[in-house]
Design a protein around this ligand. Structure first.
Ligand SMILES: C[S@@+](CC[C@H](N)C(=O)[O-])C[C@H]1O[C@@H](n2cnc3c(N)ncnc32)[C@H](O)[C@@H]1O
Length: 225
């Protein structure tokens, strides 16, 4: 699967829409892994950098010592961006072995674990991580909304949970479900909302119904003590 023009990348992404279940989607990522970094650069995929900037603007602790859980880590683009802000310890989780192999090669992660999110329990200790981050994976057909409760459980009291989602047409229902769950967890006293940032130029649109850029959102929550 070689794809470095926008039209080729678009065809690759549209082929992924045939994958309707999370398992089919992870199998698609296994086949896409080798071209993933170069293809998302063509899409102007900015989510890892946007999430890292927002975490960095609020995190006041010792970044070198902080331990970050990068859920759906893929090839390691989030750790790469967070390292630029001084974070040094990462544990990665993903469903795709091929993506995990590339994350391992990046050298950014102390530990990497394979897990089908939403089916397997999150392989992470409760109350352990200074920052939990999930970028590019909370969307329709990928990671089910209920997983955000497990992300919150794995954060230390006072730790941050950073999440992203897309705001375009095929993800409208998922995004509404996600926001309902985030609000419900806030009402249950599990966390407080630190920042929600809506981003117009999230990444280049690939569907026939859209052109230009699609929008997206970054959510930052702080687990309560
Ligand atoms: C768009 S990539 C994002 C990767 C990385 N966070 C980034 O921003 O570049 C989505 C990742 O989520 C993983 N993924 C999607 N659904 C999953 C699931 N249900 N369980 C585990 N991993 C999943 C895929 O294997 C893929 O690596």
């Amino acid at each position: 699967m070689s794809a470095n023009t926008f039209e080729n990348v678009k065809a690759v992404i549209l082929s992924a829409h045939k994958s309707t279940t999370p398992r089919e989607k992870v199998s698609f990522y296994n086949s896409w892994a080798d071209n993933y970094d170069q293809d998302v650069a063509v899409l102007d995929y900015r989510a890892p950098g946007l999430a890292a900037n927002i975490i960095s603007s609020h995190f006041t602790g010792d970044r070198e010592a902080a331990v970050v859980l990068d859920v759906a880590c893929g090839t390691g683009l989030v750790a790469k961006q967070m390292r630029r802000h001084g974070f040094g310890h990462f544990v990665g989780i993903d469903g795709s072995e091929a993506m995990l192999n590339l994350a391992r090669e990046s050298g950014s992660y102390q530990d990497l674990k394979q897990c089908m999110l939403g089916e397997d329990p999150l392989p992470a200790q409760c109350n352990s991580f200074d920052v939990v981050v999930i970028v590019g994976a909370l969307s329709v057909g990928q990671v089910p909304v209920g997983v955000v409760r497990e992300l919150c459980k794995s954060a230390k009291p006072g730790g941050y949970v950073c999440m992203t989602t897309r705001s375009n047409h095929d993800n409208v229902e998922y995004k509404a479900d996600l926001e309902r769950e985030l609000k419900q967890m806030k009402e249950e006293g599990l966390w407080s909302c630190v920042e929600v940032t809506d981003v117009e130029d999230w990444e280049r649109a690939v569907s026939e119904q859209e052109d230009g850029y699609i929008s997206g959102a970054v959510y930052l929550y702080k687990k309560l003590q």
